[in-house]
Design a protein around this ligand. Sequence first.
Ligand code: FEO
Ligand code: CA
Ligand code: CA
Ligand code: CA
Length: 642
Amino acid sequence: MKTVRLHRAETSETFAEIVARRIERRAFLKGMAAVAPVLLADVQSLFAQEEAASPNFNAQTPDKLTFQPLAMTQADTVTVAPGYTSQVVIRWGDPLFPNAPAFDPAKQTAAAQARQFGFNCDFVGFFPFERDFRASSNEGLLVVNHEYTDGPTMFANYKAAEATKEQVDIELAAHGLTVVEIERSEIDGWRYRIDSGFNRRITGETPCAFTGPAAGNELLKVSYDPRGLRARGMLNNCSAGKTPWGTVLTCEENFNQYFANTSKLPDSDPRKAMHNRYGVTAGASERRWENHYSRFDVAKEPNEPFRFGWVVEIDPFNPLSIPKKRTALGRLKHEAATFAAAYDGRAVVYTGDDERFECMYKFISKGKFNRLLREENAKLLDEGTLYVARFKDDGTGEWLPLIGGQGALREMSQADVCIHTRTAAQLVGGTKMDRPEDIEINPVNGKVYAVMTNNTQRGTSGRPGTDKANPRAENKHGHIIEITEADNDPGSLQFRWEILMLCGDPTVEKDGTYFAGFDRRQVSALSCPDNITFDNQGNLWIATDGMPRNLKNNDSIYACPVEGPERGFVRQFLTGPSECEICGPEMTPNNETLFCAIQHPGEGGSIEKPLSRWPDGTSYPRPSVIAVTREDDGRTARVIGS
Ligand code: FEO
Ligand code: CA
Ligand code: CA
Ligand code: CA
C-alpha cells in the first residue's frame, strides 16, 4: 500500500498504521460487546450497546421523545424543532483536498468537480473514530452518496439536448460517493478536514471490480472490458448501509436512466427485453451522455447497462481500495443495503427494489462473520443465498430462495439469477410491493422496518390490486411495515408482519391513515417516507421524499416511538428548504448529533429561475449535508430527550 501521511502534524504514524490501529481497536471493542445474539445492525448500534454495558436484546427502554413538533412549512430554509439548531457541514462543490479548486459554478470543470463534494447527496454514514476505548461522537469519517445530477440547477442556460461533453464530464464527476473526515469542536461545531488523508471521491468513472457469481459473465463483457471483471464507475447511488467490519454497502438505484436507444436493438436480441424489464430508455436518454460516450448507447455497447444496478462495497478507511460490485446481492434498483448478523454468525443484508410492484430481498452469506478477521469478512458477500420476501395475507411471511438450477429457476444459472433478479423473484412468487425504500433493524427491539414510499398505480386498471401488505389503492402517501423475524433472528426464513403506519394527513378522512393505533388527532401529517434510522432508545426517525406533491409541507424528518404508550406518535422534527428531499438520517453514537442530506434543493427550477436559494442565498442552490444538535451544544442532552 502506498504510504499516505495524515494531516495531523503531531503524529508520525502512517495512514496504514493508523488504519491498522483503528481496526484493532474496533475488533477489540466488538469482542467485548459481543454477546450472541447481539444484533450487529451496524457499527453505531454496536458501540451504543458497548456504551450501555448490557446489550439487552429485547429491552424496551421507555424514553419519551420530548421535542415540540413543527407545523407544516414551505419556507426555503432548514427549520428545526425549538431548542435545536442546524449547520451546514459540507456543500456541493466544497473542495476535499488542499489543492482542489474553490467552488465556482460559472467556471466548473470535471477535474475540479472530481476533487470536490459531489452533487445530490443521499446516504449519509458516520464511521466514528475511536478515542479512549470508545467510538467517538466528535470525529470520524462521513461517507456520502451522490445519487444523480440535475443540469438546470448545475449549469447556466442548460439544455439537455445540447449538453456539451464538458458538462457531461462534470456530471460524471459529480456522481458517486465522498469520504470525508469530520470533527466537532466547541467553537465551530462540525467541520470537515480538507487535509485528511482519508478524503476520497469515487465518481462515474472510478474503476470498480465485479465479484461473486456474475463476475466475468458474458453479459458483463463490453468492448473496453472483454473479461467482464472491471466496471467503469458507479451511478445513481441512492442509499447504503454500514457493515460491522467498517465498510459501506452503497446501492446503485435508477441506473436505467443513463442509457439510450434500446429500441435500436433487434427484437430477436434477448437483451432488448432484459433491458426493458429494468426500464432502460428506448430512445434518447434524459442527459444525452450517449452523444459523447458510446458506452451509454445500448445500440453501440449493448451490455453496459448490465454492469449497473449492484450493491458496491467500499472500504472508507483505505483510500486506495477498489470498490467491489457484489453481484451475489442481485441486480435491481437497490435503495439501500442493511447489514444484520444471524444468530449463527452469518451475514444478512436486507435490500429493497425501489420501483412500483417490485420486491424486497435479503441475502444470507454462506460463511460466518468473524469480527477479528477483517479481510475474511470482506469476502462474505460473494457467496450465499439471495431470498425474496413473500407476504401472506394472514400476517405471516417467508423468504423464498433464489437458487439457479432449482425449482422454478431450473432454467437459470446462479449468474442469471444475479443479473435477472427481478425475473427470478417473479418466478418464485415474491410479493409486489409499493416501492420498497429503506429497510432497517431496530437496535432495541430487533424488529425489521421496511418503508414503502408510495405507489399511485396500485389497484388501477391493468395493475395488481391491493393485498394486506400493500393495502391501499392508489397509495400516494406510502406506508411502513414492521417485520418480526422468527425467533427475532435475521437468519430466519419465516416472519410475522404488521402495518406500522399508513401515512398521509390524519385530518383527511379519505387518506385512511393509521399510526399503530395512536390517536390520529395528535400526530403530524407525513407523506412519502423514504430513509429511516433509529436512536439508541429504538425510536424511529423518518425522512421523506416527495411530500410537497401531497401536502403543503416541504420534505421533512419525523420521529416516532415504536414501543410503549406513544407507539405511533409521529412528530415533525425538521423541515428542509424548497423542492428538496431529505435523505440519510444518521446519528452519532451518543445521539447528540443528527446528520442528514438536503438533496436537490430547488429542483424543477434553474439557475435562471431558481426555486431555492438555499444554503448561500445565491441562484445556485447547493445539495449539502447538515448537522443538527441542541442549542445548548448537545453536551448536556441527547437529540432525543432533555
Ligand atoms: Fe433514490 Fe429510492 O430513492
Ligand atoms: Ca431514497
Ligand atoms: Ca437508513
Ligand atoms: Ca425516494
